[in-house]
Design a protein around this ligand. Structure first.
Ligand SMILES: Cc1cc2nc3c(=O)[nH]c(=O)nc-3n(C[C@H](O)[C@H](O)[C@H](O)COP(=O)(O)OP(=O)(O)OC[C@H]3O[C@@H](n4cnc5c(N)ncnc54)[C@H](O)[C@@H]3O)c2cc1C
Length: 399
């Protein structure tokens, strides 16, 4: 049996052909060290126990990771999207649940308030979210509206200085520990998606409750739950952006969020490759190492190739966002390719481990289960193909 075990493996150095800045390298190396020392040892346990690792989250906040992409005036470090993606990638390389917790908190729970919130909402909530006083969650998906989120059924009726919300959301990451929930609701049913608005719903809102989520295939160390609104009253000031712009705001939020899910996918793929490579070099069959068998070498070559291509797409999309350029198509491409790469690489990593790969003793089966989220969350692979095809066809018509 090979020496690679869930509890102890080292991470080989990745040789980047990218010109990362000194600050970006520093963040990547710091998170890598932290991930190995503090996150990896818990990865198996939190998956088995379906447990949210509060102790790890506190340390992540202590390292300032939730503030990486935000300006200093809110308590952030102004490090940019790429540095933030490097942090998500490194965490996910050893524990995807932990990467998802950070990605959902930053890209979905905090960024929309920073980007579209009034000055009051920004000042009230963004510093607290960055300082980890509470977590942020994002409620778009409903029992009858996921990919087709224009079909949102939750309603928000204006009554004086308040909105009264009724409806439900499901599969909401970080919901059990969130202090703020960014949610969509229909303010004018006659207008279709243009009648959807976005709101910041504080946890203590009367008529609002968080209900237990379903058991999950993977990402079991990440929290999720359902949201229920029964005449939930929030101040009209908690509208995020103008009334009727909520659908647009959420779609823009998802564009950014997709880059972090792409980074998460890249981390999972890299992590699975790391352990498969080590296993192939340790394990012998037919009198030689697995890594000396050409069929295994070809698997490793394909894995390395797709990971390298994913890294190019992910960092490119992050750099476009950092440069304030249009990045919707590139974010969709990065998310689609990196998440499908994570599925293929984790599948092959299990294959290289043979029967041991199928056992819970090795991390590759967890990585495979975790990777499945990446082809579903923040827009399924089918939806990414729709976004890409619409974008390229629009471009083709313009030529
Ligand atoms: C672990 C996890 C965490 C999540 N966290 C959050 C969260 O924090 N906040 C949140 O709001 N949501 C969250 N989600 C929900 C997630 O975003 C949705 O599950 C996803 O968008 C798909 O929606 P759905 O589940 O309703 O599937 P559906 O929309 O019903 O899709 C079912 C299938 O039909 C396909 N399909 C649908 N429409 C089309 C089409 N037009 N063309 C081709 N194929 C199509 C889909 O690709 C999919 O394969 C999370 C989900 C998971 C699994």
């Amino acid at each position: 049996m090979a020496s690679t075990t869930t509890g102890s493996y080292t991470l080989p150095e990745i040789r980047h052909s990218f010109d990362l800045t000194q600050d970006q390298r520093m963040i990547r190396d710091m998170v890598r060290e932290f991930a190995l020392a503090e996150v990896q040892p818990l990865a198996h346990e939190i998956d088995e126990e379906h447990r949210f690792p509060h102790e790890t989250w506190k340390k992540i906040v202590g390292l300032g990771l939730p503030g990486i992409p935000f300006p200093e005036e809110y308590g952030g470090s102004n490090g940019g999207t790429l540095a933030y993606c490097l942090a998500v990638e490194e965490l996910s390389r050893v524990c995807a649940s932990t990467g998802l917790t950070l990605a959902a908190h930053v890209s979905l729970g905090t960024y929309p308030i920073y980007k579209w919130g009034s000055e009051r909402l920004r000042n009230l909530y963004v510093p607290k979210l960055i300082a980890g006083e509470f977590m942020g969650a994002y409620g778009l998906t409903e029992p009858n509206a996921g990919s087709d989120s224009g079909g949102t059924q939750t309603t928000a009726l204006r009554q004086g200085n308040e909105y009264v919300l009724n409806g439900a959301k499901c599969f909401i990451t970080n919901a059990n520990y969130a202090g703020t929930f960014i949610c969509t609701a229909v303010t004018d049913p006659k207008l279709g998606p243009k009648g959807i608005s976005a709101f910041v719903v504080p946890r203590e809102t009367p008529g609002f409750s968080v209900e237990p989520g379903e058991h999950k295939l993977g990402m079991r160390g990440s929290d999720w739950a359902s949201l229920v609104f029964q005449d939930a009253r929030i101040p009209s000031d908690n509208l995020l952006g103008p009334e009727g712009e909520g659908f647009k705001t959420f779609m823009k939020t998802l564009e950014g969020g997709r880059i972090s899910i792409a980074a998460l996918s890249l981390g999972i793929a890299q992590g699975a490759y790391d352990v498969a490579m080590k296993y192939a070099q340790d394990r012998e069959a037919f009198g030689k190492k697995l890594s000396d068998q050409q069929a295994v070498q070809f698997k490793l070559a394909n894995m390395a190739l797709e990971i390298e291509a994913s890294r190019h797409l992910v960092y490119h999309a992050a750099r476009l966002k950092d440069a304030d350029q249009v990045y919707g198509k590139e974010a969709a491409m990065a998310k689609l390719f990196a998440s499908e790469t994570a599925m293929r690489v984790t599948y092959e990593a299990i294959q290289i481990h043979g029967g041991y790969g199928y056992s819970r003793e090795y991390p590759v089966e967890r990585m495979w289960r975790d990777a499945k989220l990446c082809v579903i969350g923040e827009g399924t692979s089918e939806i990414q193909r729709l976004i890409i095809s619409r974008s390229i066809l629009k471009g083709a018509k313009a030529v």
